[in-house]
Write a protein that binds this ligand. Sequence first.
Ligand code: ZN
Ligand code: ZN
Ligand code: FE
Length: 761
Amino acid sequence: MVTRCRLEIEGVVQGVGFRPFVYQLASRFTLTGSVLNDSRGVEIEIEGEPWAVDAFIKALQTELPPLASISQFRREEVALKHDTVFIILASRNQIETRAQISPDTWVCPDCREELFNPEDRRFRYPFINCTNCGPRYSIVTGVPYDRPLTTMADFTMCPRCQSEYDDPASRRFHAQPNACPDCGPQLTFYDSDGRDLPGDPLKNCRDALRSGDIVAIKGIGGYHLAVDASNDAAVQRLRQRKLRDEKPFAVMSRRLAQVMTYAEVDKTEAKLLASVERPIVLLRQKNEFILSSQLAPHNRYVGVMLPYAPLHELLLEEDFVALVMTSGNRSDEPIAFEDNEARQRLAGIADYFLGHDRRIHIRTDDSIARVMAKRPLLLRRSRGYVPRGILLPAEGPSILALGGELKNTFCLTRGDRAYLSQHVGDLKNPETHDSFGRLIDHLKCLLDVQPQYVVHDLHPDYFTTRFSEGLSGVELLAVQHHHAHFASCLTENGYEGEAVGIIFDGIGYGDDGHIWGGEFFVGNANGYHRVGHLQEMAMPGGDAATREPWRMALSLLIQTYGDDLPELPLVQRRTPQELKLLRQMIEQGINSPLTSSCGRLFDAVAALADLREQVSYEGQAALELEMALCSKTLEEPYPFEWLSPTEQGKGWQLDVTPMVRAITNDLNEGGSAGIISARFHRMLAEACHVFCRMMRQEYSLHTVALSGGVFQNRTLTELLVDGLRGDGFTVLTHSLVPPNDGGLALGQAAVAARQKKDPLK
Ligand code: ZN
Ligand code: ZN
Ligand code: FE
């Protein structure tokens, strides 16, 4: 008996080796029929004995190619056609096929096997890839995704590669970056004067690294700067040359077993490390930390990734427990990705260069993730994730959302998907300005859309706001910063109802022209009410208060004690003139804007706890305050008070002066920074919880969304999430996009999409 079935499959099934996979399965079970790509996914017809058809379908669902995933599966019995073979048909509806660019991904197990197999013709070839793995987004120059529109257009396939490319049964069928040592890209090794060095480039590179030199290594989305992570002097030298005072360096190890020699890795973290996206994962350092202590000063975590390019596999083959692989740039400049530019910009930093002749078309930094509340959280969404779409609640006009000022990403929508860009970087930096427009144009081209609406932050002085004013033929919309954070969290969770939003971050421009950053909202993407916020504090010196947390600490002390400041070391270190000046600034409002920022509150407490008076990067004081917390302390939360709204339209205010008095007491009694940190974190979590209960009473809301850069803090997030869930709340947190400004553009787009679909009255 023979039967025939039609299968309609939707999901990530194009450009990921799905058709050759189906072809091979059909031959395994000696089935006849066909497979083809259509605009929605893949359509398969199979004919054969019923047991074989069932076995085929089972295998289809359980043995998927690594980059593929199925979201819809329909099966239908159809009339027999008595085919004699199984064939791959040409795609139906060619005009409809819209770009399906995959992110850059890892080295698949099959390619890794071949890479280290002396019998294989690609033995030790650093550019091995197949339809299941390899570079994509970073080499694409246009659409449709086809070899001539990638940087592999520079190379002509040799007959053997071409025959794999043409063979439906091959793992390299239509693998656009397909190459081998005879026809593909090659490595070069040269010194900082650009002189090629004789010999095997890979061996030269490893020798240099082993002797403590700094090597700039061309990767997938840009250059890395590499040194041996166990060599203190080398790491120190890299730090000095990069002008990177204290920012942690990421490392790469070959296998999980090596990572476990210097970091604690739980199951979720191990899975994230080994995922096809291969992000940098923040892991807790082992107590006995065997790598250089210079990697992440004052930090209990270390950023780790596993190899994601064949070149990395070869580099790490036996010599190193870990290599520092930090982005190839100086301080906060964008990562270098073009060869000439890299040679110039990195010449003062790197001793040597390991380059190659496959061009990187578009720069893409490494992604950074951390496990929080038992699930992965992206802190920087870039290589490996971009340009994967995020589902919006409904179809709508195309929107370009420009994002924020720091950690910028932008977002383009098409249909019911939002495409968040890779990490663009710090738009305070003029170097980044140049690439901003180019990156936008490139994504527009890949998605084949012309946005009708452009969204920018409410802040009049952001680069993105000025950029939007220079655009023509589009309608501009401004979205409040924390509303965008709120909407970002709701959108990635697919939640459209009303919720309480707790939005804690550094700084954002408020509706009232003040600096916001510790906000409690009720609403959703449609709109919001600011139902509460942290009580405002003065930021004496404006921007200087952000770089110098001692200013925030004194501001809080003056707010709490007035003229009668307690005898704390922080106070004693100031000269009478300094104190007088600061007091005048605050009292007369000279260069002392008011802020409800939670980030600044963290800074103030870190300075009060005597951890840090100045910072060298954004969020450093807050991070070190979290690090200082001894995990085992079960201290009482500090006292706090919610002040009820004083006038119509004003919200509740969280008064922290009771906490400041209690901190002073703790300090006078010799309390450690660890205790202050624990009590502070518990106070914030408790205050939020109390507020959510009030909102539940008042508005019958049971759903709470957490967003903003402060929620990169694991302790606060977990305390709050556990507390709220235990009390019957549904808590929405970020996972797909960062809670920091790297996720802002998604929320901006979501707010605009709502307003343009169903305008608010
Ligand atoms: Zn592969
Ligand atoms: Zn070849
Ligand atoms: Fe923000």
